[in-house]
Design a binder for this molecule. Structure first.
Ligand code: HPA
Ligand code: ZN
Length: 342
C-alpha cells in the first residue's frame, strides 16, 4: 500500500489518546489570547516568536518553557477553553477516547487553587461526549522534581474530586527523581482505587522502568523507550501486556531519538510490546494524534497491520470498561483498509 493510503487509514481508524498533558495543548495563539485576557506579560512579540523558541535539546529545556507557558492560565474559564480546544482537535483526528493528564502543582505553585484548575477542566470534559462524541478520563500527575510530601498534600487536596479522577501519573524531570521517591503516595492512590501511571524510560534508565513496576505498581507505562536496552525487562513488559504510551514527535523534539528513522516504535511492535501512539504536548512538539501517526508511518515503513495494531492497543491499554473496549475494537475491525471515497 502507498504511504498516503496508510496515513489515510490511520486518520480513519478510531483511536484512544492515553498520553496528553492538557497544559501541553496550549497553542501559541491561545497563549497570546490568554496573556491579553489576564494582563500577563509574556516574553514573546508574536506567534512566530513563540514557535521559534520551541527548540529543545532535552526534556528540561522543554519543561522550562512549558512551566512558563502555564503562567497565562489563571481562571476556571482559561482551563475550560484550553480543554475544549483540545477536544476539538481530538475529534478532528478521530480520537474517540482521551485520558488526559493535568499538572495541578504547576498551578497551585503559582497561587492558582486546585479547585479552579480541576473545575475548568471537568466542566469541559462533561461536554466531551455530547458535543464531541469523545469519552474521557482525567489523570492527575505529580511533579517528580517536587517532594513526595508535596505529592501527598496534592492527593489530599484532590480528595473531594476523586469521583472525577481516574488515576494518578508522575511527570516532569525524570533523571535524579527516581520512582522510589514516590512509593508512598502511589500506595495511597492505589488504596483510593485510582489507576497508576508513571513516565519512565524517557530519559531515565531501564531501572526506572523496573522500579515503576515493582515499587509503584503501575498499571501503565508512559514512554518506556529505554526499556529496550534490557532484554529481560522487554520480556516482562511483553508477558504482562503492559501498555507503553509512546510519543513519537515528542521523542524527536526532545532528542530522545536523533532521527525519526531511529524511533523504536516498530521494534516495540515486533517484540510484541503493547505500544500506542500519542501526542504528549502537541502544541510544543508539532502535532496531534494523526500527525504523530503520519510521522512514524513515513519514517518506519509501518504497514496496515501495524497501524491497526496501534489503534487496537490504544483501546486495550485504556481504562475503559471491557464492554466499551470491545465496541471500539469491533469498529477498528470494520474500518476498511482502503477508503472508497472518490
Ligand atoms: N515528560 C515529562 N514531563 C512532562 C512531559 C514529558 O514528556 N510532558 C509534560 N510534562
Ligand atoms: Zn508526557
Amino acid at each position: 500500500m502507498k504511504r498516503s493510503a496508510l496515513i489515510d487509514l490511520a486518520r480513519r481508524l478510531p483511536k484512544a489518546e492515553l498520553h496528553l498533558h492538557i497544559e501541553g495543548s496550549l497553542e501559541p495563539e491561545m497563549l497570546f489570547a490568554l496573556a491579553k485576557r489576564n494582563a500577563v506579560d509574556i516574553p514573546f512579540k508574536s506567534v512566530e516568536d513563540v514557535r521559534a523558541a520551541y527548540r529543545f535539546s532535552n526534556l528540561q529545556d522543554f519543561l522550562d518553557i512549558y512551566y512558563q507557558g502555564m503562567n497565562v492560565l489563571r481562571t476556571e474559564e482559561d482551563f475550560f477553553d484550553l480543554t475544549i480546544a483540545y477536544l476539538n482537535r481530538a475529534r478532528a483526528d478521530n480520537v474517540r477516547h482521551a485520558e488526559i493528564f493535568f499538572d495541578p502543582q504547576g498551578h497551585t505553585a503559582r497561587g492558582i487553587p486546585f479547585d479552579v484548575t480541576i473545575s475548568g477542566v471537568l466542566t469541559a470534559l462533561k461536554l466531551s461526549v455530547p458535543q464531541f462524541g469523545v469519552t474521557s478520563k482525567l489523570i492527575m500527575c505529580f511533579l517528580r522534581h517536587l517532594s513526595e510530601a508535596e505529592a501527598l498534600a496534592t492527593l489530599k487536596e484532590a480528595e473531594p474530586w476523586l469521583g472525577d479522577i481516574a488515576g494518578v501519573g508522575l511527570d516532569s524531570t525524570e533523571v535524579g527523581h527516581p520512582p522510589e521517591k514516590f512509593a508512598s503516595v502511589f500506595a495511597a492512590a492505589k488504596e483510593r482505587g485510582l489507576k497508576l501511571c508513571a513516565h519512565a524510560g524517557e530519559e531515565g534508565p531501564p531501572d526506572y522502568v523496573r522500579n515503576s513496576l515493582d515499587l509503584l505498581k503501575i498499571d501503565r507505562l508512559d514512554h518506556g523507550n529505554r526499556s529496550l536496552e534490557d532484554d529481560a525487562l522487554v520480556a516482562r513488559l511483553r508477558d504482562t501486556e503492559m501498555t507503553l504510551t509512546v510519543c513519537p514527535l515528542s521523542n524527536l523534539k526532545l532528542c530522545v531519538v536523533k532521527d525519526m528513522r531511529a524511533h523504536p516504535l516498530k521494534r516495540m511492535l515486533d517484540l510484541g510490546l503493547r505500544a500506542t501512539v500519542n501526542s504528549d504536548d502537541p502544541a510544543y512538539f508539532g502535532g496531534y494524534m494523526n500527525a504523530n501517526f503520519a510521522s512514524v508511518i513515513e519514517a518506519l515503513d509501518l504497514d496496515a497491520d501495524d497501524i491497526r495494531a496501534l489503534a487496537r492497543n490504544s483501546f486495550l491499554g485504556s481504562f475503559l470498561p471491557e464492554g466499551q473496549k470491545r465496541a471500539h475494537l469491533a469498529a477498528i475491525e470494520k474500518t476498511p483498509v482502503q477508503s472508497f471515497a472518490p
